[in-house]
Design a protein around this ligand. Sequence first.
Ligand code: ADP
Ligand code: X2W
Length: 297
Amino acid sequence: MNRQDIKDAAREAHIVTKVLPYLRRYAGATIVVKYGGHAMDGSLANEFGRDIALLKQVGINPVVVHGGGPQINAMLKRLSIQSSFVQGLRVTDAAMVEVVEMVLAGTVNKQVAGLINAAGALAVGISGKDGGLIRARKLRRTYKDPDSMIEQALDLGYVGEPMFIDTRVIHALTGAGLIPVIAPVGAGEDGQTYNINADTVAGAIAGALNAQRLLMLTDVPGVLEKSKQLLSDLSLSQIRGLIADGTISGGMIPKVETCMEAVTQGVKGATILDGTVPHALLLELFTEHGIGTMIHK
Ligand SMILES: Nc1ncnc2c1ncn2[C@@H]1O[C@H](COP(=O)(O)OP(=O)(O)O)[C@@H](O)[C@H]1O
Ligand SMILES: CC(=O)N[C@@H](CCC(=O)OP(=O)(O)O)C(=O)O
């Protein structure tokens, strides 16, 4: 090495030492990462796999829950099946739930596990139906009929909600040094398959595992103000205000609600961040302020 090479190497070594306090903070911690379908669309998929493998290598226990909304849309289009969304959730009939399971628990689940495996870690792709992980039931939700202003039951077909999370399969995998990669489908008591929003699953699993952090990777920097400025820190009461005044809308509502639920259940910090930024996970965990919106009690 010449003098310049040594100088460059020393600079890199200095950067590595800066990570030490964060490695201490997260040693042995469980971190649930929700990898959204939009975040996985770009060219950074390999980097995501490497970041997850790195977390495992330094003694953190990542648990990945993935989405796949855009990937389901693409398959439905190829099959000429129309789909629609109500309150951000896909209305799912019997034919569609088959496609949803095929795409989420098949193609996408294996792709995501494959990214991590290719980076030298050992990931195991499962769905919420495996090992009884997610006991689901048909989603119970109401809406206000705009004409009568009466609350009506919302029927979204085979859209489910988690009733109970059995964490044994996750502990079995992490205990054996493996990284669980979870597709958001669950089974009802009668064996019926349910399509569950991936944010909801990530929140429920983070809560059940008493995870230290929940990181929700999407394709926006976090929760934005009306002026598009990033809100880097939000408390539960601030969020309620932002939903009420319309600053938070659409797909961001279930996301912040999931984070609120997770921190209420004991997760120390839930963060919404941009998964299309290179090494988003490392920037969030290994820098003082992180890059997204952190939601805390
Ligand atoms: N205040 C807000 N800040 C940022 N995004 C918002 C806000 N309100 C609504 N959104 C919308 O929420 C979207 C993120 O939700 P969604 O599309 O469901 O993400 P994903 O597919 O990653 O789960 C953003 O692309 C944006 O259109
Ligand atoms: C009920 C419901 O809407 N389920 C979602 C499941 C996938 C998902 O949530 O994927 P993203 O995280 O990429 O949006 C769907 O069918 O699209």
